[in-house]
Structures are given as structure tokens and as C-alpha cells.
Design a protein around this ligand. Structure first.
Ligand SMILES: [Zn+2]
Length: 134
């Protein structure tokens, strides 16, 4: 439950109001069961909230999400001004959104991944980094 990771009711309500909101409890439970650290899960849930709010603003229906959405969101992060409290720091946002999309695919909410060509810049940067789990 995302309420295990965030306490403020107004913030929980806002997080539940985006297109991914109905899936956040399942996503947080999946991350918890997989052994991710509390701090990491909070970051991934913030990323899920961020991409959901961004998709809503651009009227991108959740059912249409695909790998191109991830590319567009990564591009958005380079010039994001929608979350001032993060001060432009989104180090694990793409990893979080990638995990969210994997979970949404597993549940049949979005379509399966298409074979991709070039890896995202984030993928290349993260190659060789330790995973954010125990
Ligand atoms: Zn943003």
C-alpha cells in the first residue's frame, strides 16, 4: 500500500488521482515483496506519480503506454519544471517508470513491450550500477 510509504492524506489523494493512481497499491506491494528498500520504493512511487501526472497533462491514455512513452518521459525529465521539490533530481525516475510499466504489462493494463533498437541514455548510464534492492 502506498500509505506504507507516504503519510500525508492530501498527497496520497493526489497520487491516487492520476491515471496510474489505481495501480499504485499493487505496484508498491510488488516492490515490497521483491525486497526493494523503503527509500527506493518511495522514489519509484514518486516517479510513478510523476509519469502519471505528466501523461494526464498530455492526455496520453494509460492503455496506450508503450516504450515510446518512456522515451518521451525521459526527454521531459531533462527540462521538467513540474516538481519543484525535487530540484531537478530524478536519478531513479526512469528505473521506477520502467518497473511500473513492467508491472502494468504483467497485469494486462498496457500492451507488451516492442522489440527496441537503441537503448535509452538512462540505460547506458545505469549499466554497471548496483541494483537498488537488497
Ligand atoms: Zn515533470
Amino acid at each position: 500500500m502506498i500509505s506504507d510509504y507516504f503519510e500525508l492524506q492530501w498527497r496520497l489523494a493526489r497520487r491516487r488521482s492520476t491515471c496510474v493512481g489505481p495501480h499504485l497499491d499493487d505496484f508498491s506491494t510488488t516492490l515490497t515483496d521483491a525486497g526493494y528498500l523503503h527509500f527506493t520504493i518511495r522514489g519509484y512511487l514518486r516517479a510513478a506519480d510523476h509519469v502519471g501526472a505528466w501523461a494526464d497533462r498530455h492526455r496520453i491514455a494509460l492503455s496506450t503506454w508503450d516504450d515510446e512513452l518512456l522515451v518521451r518521459f525521459a526527454r521531459h525529465l531533462t527540462r521538467c519544471r513540474c516538481i519543484k521539490s525535487n530540484k531537478g533530481i530524478f536519478g531513479d525516475a526512469i528505473a521506477g517508470v520502467r518497473l511500473l510499466m513492467a508491472r502494468l504489462r504483467a497485469r494486462g493494463v498496457i500492451a507488451g513491450a516492442q522489440p527496441s533498437g537503441r537503448p535509452l541514455k538512462e540505460d547506458r548510464r545505469e549499466a554497471g550500477r548496483l541494483p537498488h534492492s537488497r
